[in-house]
Design a protein around this ligand. Structure first.
Ligand SMILES: [Zn+2]
Length: 89
């Protein structure tokens, strides 16, 4: 589990995470897999989701118990956004 946090952080550091939509309760991220493909990570009212096979498979077995590396990467990006918003206040 913890290695996915590191993998997610690396994705975030590489700039692989884009924010496609932002509202406080609804955020959509695009996490690049390579030059042509990417995964969509979304957060709706605190519920996180990713469309990668890793997440879909594991979340089915035990809903809500698993964070894939894309989801971790998106959360690092979210931290950035929230910090910037604080700066604006
Ligand atoms: Zn994923």
């Amino acid at each position: 589990m913890s290695n996915r946090i590191i993998e997610g952080y690396n994705l975030y550091q590489k700039g692989s995470v884009d924010v496609k939509h932002y509202e406080d309760d609804h955020i959509i991220f695009e996490v690049k897999k390579n030059d042509t493909e990417s995964y969509i990570v979304s957060m709706i009212y605190g519920y996180w989701n990713c469309d990668c096979a890793d997440y879909v498979y594991r979340n089915q077995r035990q809903p809500g118990s698993f964070y894939c590396k894309h989801l971790q990467a998106a959360q690092f990006k979210l931290l950035d956004i929230l910090k910037n918003k604080e700066g604006e206040l």
